[in-house]
Design a protein around this ligand. Structure first.
Ligand code: URA
Length: 194
């Protein structure tokens, strides 16, 4: 049973969805954001990358993953031949920046979830790449640690999901970079599947 707001969002087209995100006041993050961050890239992308939430740079520029973590994400994607703007779409679980980059709260994720759900439905990507704990939780509906979930293909409504560590985490935990590299190869093989 979907609530009315979700039902409404799930019927919006791409432009309407962008506008709905821009005008959203469903949670208190609307009071502290500079602007919403809808996502960036090709609406017909094969690969949809899902991160956590805008940080200070993203909030200022209106584009996801433009700060330090974003640089690493771009490099990670480049290592498997993927480039921002070319058959990729990059979005976040939250479209607004949590103050001081604190973790997303459950009610914020719940209010924002229909936007991501509709983005996924409209883009209909071949593969989803869930980057970090909040993306994984929100797409797969579970709380298990990343270490227990990586290395296999999950599903979000028939769409294969590859999970991995968030680039901001990798910047602080270099040893896990090797694992993230393996995850990227898994992502690459999914993208190349017929
Ligand atoms: N981290 C995220 O999860 N998303 C961004 O857009 C930037 C940093």
């Amino acid at each position: 049973q979907l609530d009315q707001r979700t039902q409404h969002i799930m019927q919006l087209d791409w432009d309407q969805l962008q506008q709905a995100v821009r005008e959203c006041t469903a949670c208190e993050l609307c009071q502290t954001r500079t602007q919403t961050v809808f996502g960036v890239g090709d609406p017909q992308a094969q690969l949809l990358v899902v991160g956590e939430a805008p940080g200070a740079d993203e909030d200022a520029q209106g584009e996801p993953f433009v700060g330090k973590a974003g640089k690493l994400l771009d490099n990670m994607l480049a290592s498997i031949g993927q480039r921002r703007g070319q058959k990729i779409f990059i979005a976040n679980v939250l479209k607004c920046r949590p103050p001081a980059n604190r973790n997303p709260q459950a009610h914020e994720v719940a209010q924002c979830a229909p936007f991501l759900a509709r983005q996924i439905e409209l883009i209909a990507p071949k593969v989803l790449y869930a980057s970090g704990r909040f993306a994984i939780q929100s797409l797969l509906n579970n709380d298990a640690p990343i270490s227990a979930q990586r290395g296999k293909i999950h599903q979000y409504r028939q769409v294969p999901v590859v999970v991995s560590y968030h680039p901001a985490y990798l910047l602080r935990n270099m040893p896990d970079k090797a694992k993230a590299w393996q995850d990227l190869l898994l992502l690459k093989s999914q993208l190349n599947e017929q």
